[in-house]
Write a protein that binds this ligand. Structure first.
Ligand SMILES: Nc1ncnc2c1ncn2[C@@H]1O[C@H](COP(=O)(O)OP(=O)(O)OP(=O)(O)O)[C@@H](O)[C@H]1O
Ligand SMILES: [Mg+2]
Length: 307
């Protein structure tokens, strides 16, 4: 394959170029995990919880951020990194379980969500106390290490006493199993937890900040589309190798807003830095960026993986 037809792409991307259009479209649309700095840092914190030695008071975490910010994807990625496994004969290990909080703070529905996630048949007519016993028994049996409760802000759909009761159920489960609980939700959840000092000091809030135009965001844009994505001929084939590929329809990725300051002259007074080959600082930066790009390509499986 020549450079003009994807020679700059990875082996896997070049192979994908040969696929029929519908398969390439499906590939482009398939969800993809992109490991950006913040997400990787949070995954590191979740891993530390998983590795935490069992003790009577396990640390918990509350991951909060704006809607559509990637919180659920981080939780799902963590679960995927620690998949359920069969051990020996019939025993199944489930190190990480991600469930969605019921739409209203309801103990009974919370237990049902856990049993459903584990595909354990159960009667909805069973009382909460019965389900609680079953949930504890099964979660011990599967060796659960971290329980993630996504959309935990659903707790806010109930009045104060209901909220308190539901959060106590979550706390009780963590205490009983001696596993860390990770709540995931919008930042208003913090308020609900702070109404109870016992809960407030058990859940460390960790914020997933909003995206803004910075180096991380540009990296996300560069990595987000599937390589070899264009279905019909476009300017992709003629772009330079260091620019990211983009899917059809071809759109230029947003660029950081140019500075209003006039560009300094190329050979200006001492101290002025001009992005160009003659500037040693800039050259060093470009070399570093190139090395980072090569490293990130080598770690492609981690940085951009199917979900
Ligand atoms: N790391 C990532 N890799 C790839 N895509 C991402 C990533 N993070 C966020 N996205 C994109 O953002 C969208 C929203 O992510 P997600 O559903 O995890 O948000 P959320 O914070 O859980 O939102 P909500 O609070 O509404 O549930 C995803 O569907 C995906 O398109
Ligand atoms: Mg979500």
């Amino acid at each position: 394959m020549t450079d003009g037809a994807g020679g700059h792409l990875s082996e896997a991307a070049r192979t994908a170029l040969e696929l029929p259009d519908d398969e390439r479209v499906a590939r482009i649309r398939a969800p993809r995990w992109i490991g950006y700095t913040q997400a990787l840092a949070i995954l590191g914190q979740l891993q530390a919880l998983l590795d935490h030695p069992k003790q009577h008071r396990m640390p918990n975490l509350l991951l909060v951020g704006d809607t559509n910010n990637g919180k659920t994807l981080i939780a799902k990625r963590f679960e995927r990194l620690h998949p359920a496994q069969r051990e020996g004969g019939q025993a199944v290990l489930v190190p990480v379980l991600v469930i969605q909080a019921p739409p209203v703070p309801d103990e009974d529905r919370f237990y049902s969500a856990i049993l459903d996630a584990l595909l354990v048949p159960h009667r909805s007519s069973h009382r909460a106390a019965q389900k609680q016993g079953e949930v504890i028994r099964i979660l011990r049996y599967v060796g659960l290490k971290v329980l993630v409760v996504d959309e935990i802000h659903h707790v806010l759909a109930g009045h104060d006493a209901k909220q308190r009761q539901f959060l106590n159920v979550v706390k009780y489960l963590g205490n009983e199993l001696r596993v860390p609980i990770v709540g995931v939700g919008i930042k208003e959840t913090v308020r609900a937890l702070q109404t109870d000092p016992q809960l407030a000091n058990r859940f460390e809030p960790v914020a997933l900040p909003r995206w803004e135009m910075n180096q991380d965001y540009l990296m996300l844009l560069a990595r987000s589309p599937a390589p070899g994505a264009c279905v019909s001929p476009c300017s992709c084939s003629s772009r330079s190798a260091d620019r990211p590929p983009h899917p059809e329809p071809c759109r230029a990725a947003p660029q950081p807003r140019p500075s209003r300051k006039p560009a300094p002259a190329a050979h200006g007074s001492s101290g002025s830095r001009v992005p160009g080959a003659s500037d040693p600082i800039h050259r060093r930066r470009r070399r570093r960026a190139g090395a980072a790009q090569r490293t990130s390509r080598a770690r492609g499986a981690t940085a951009r993986a199917p979900m």
